[in-house]
Design a protein around this ligand. Structure first.
Ligand SMILES: C[S@@+](CC[C@H](N)C(=O)[O-])C[C@H]1O[C@@H](n2cnc3c(N)ncnc32)[C@H](O)[C@@H]1O
Length: 227
């Protein structure tokens, strides 16, 4: 499918798929959405609640690497070690990566080498990108994930249910539930009733939270310890 780079409401870029009229991030602001959903509603509350200094994250849809970039920024500030697994079936091409403006928008010199490193690192291998950021990119379909209690957090960032309803199903959320450790948390920008019901069906405790600009709500799902 054709992909083109566009600029979103906060000045940061993203990828647009004309055929689906779908973006990799919110048109209102890619960077502000990534920070709101995955950092401020995911990583930070998880860290504050669990006080772990090493956190394992599974990203559903590695895409442009923006979520990995904002995770590294926040984790560096908080001195958290991150083990980051990014699953992606259709990797972004080098020419596309070069057109993304995240590093300029973040205005952080160290971000440039980090962003380059995550995109040039080898797939299927655990790579030490920095002292405290380990990355494993896996080129496969989400449907193939069979992990068992490996992750503290899941960043569920698939395309919307309008274009890929099969990825917002009980079958996929079962895999996410299985992949999480107890007390693990899944965050997503989505807030649809059918998505919430699928999460509840597989056993998650689900919260509706305020969404990023342009979106009323988002969801956070927790795998609670059964007493
Ligand atoms: C919303 S975008 C992800 C955005 C990404 N998190 C970022 O920060 O750029 C969804 C991603 O899922 C990938 N994808 C779509 N269907 C997939 C599937 N069945 N298995 C694996 N990856 C898939 C797409 O190629 C795309 O990169």
């Amino acid at each position: 499918m054709k992909r083109e780079i566009i600029i979103t409401g906060d000045g940061s870029s993203t990828i647009h798929i004309p055929e689906w009229n779908e973006q990799y991030h919110s048109k209102h602001g890619a960077l502000q959405e990534a920070k709101h959903v995955f950092i401020n509603s995911g990583l930070i509350p998880y860290f504050n609640e669990n006080k772990k200094t090493e956190i394992s994250i599974l990203e559903i849809g590695f895409g442009t690497g923006l979520n990995a970039l904002v995770t590294w920024e926040e984790a560096s500030a908080q001195n958290i070690e991150i083990n980051y697994t990014g699953v992606e079936a259709y990797p972004v091409a080098t020419e596309e990566v070069e057109k993304l403006n995240f590093v300029e928008v973040l205005n952080d010199q160290k971000a440039e080498s980090f962003f380059k490193a995550i995109h040039t690192s080898e797939w299927e291998k655990e790579i030490k990108i920095t002292e405290k950021f380990n990355l494993k990119k896996q080129k496969k379909f989400f449907q193939e994930i069979e992990d068992h209690e490996l992750y503290d957090l899941v960043y569920f960032d698939a395309f919307g249910a309008r274009v890929q309803p099969e990825l917002w199903s009980v079958e996929i959320f079962k895999k996410m539930y299985e992949a999480l450790k107890y007390n693990g948390v899944l965050v997503t920008y989505a807030a649809k009733g059918s998505v919430r019901r699928a999460m509840l069906e597989v056993g998650f405790i689900v919260e509706r939270l305020p969404g990023p600009p342009g979106k009323r709500e988002m969801l956070r799902a927790t795998k609670k310890i059964v007493a």
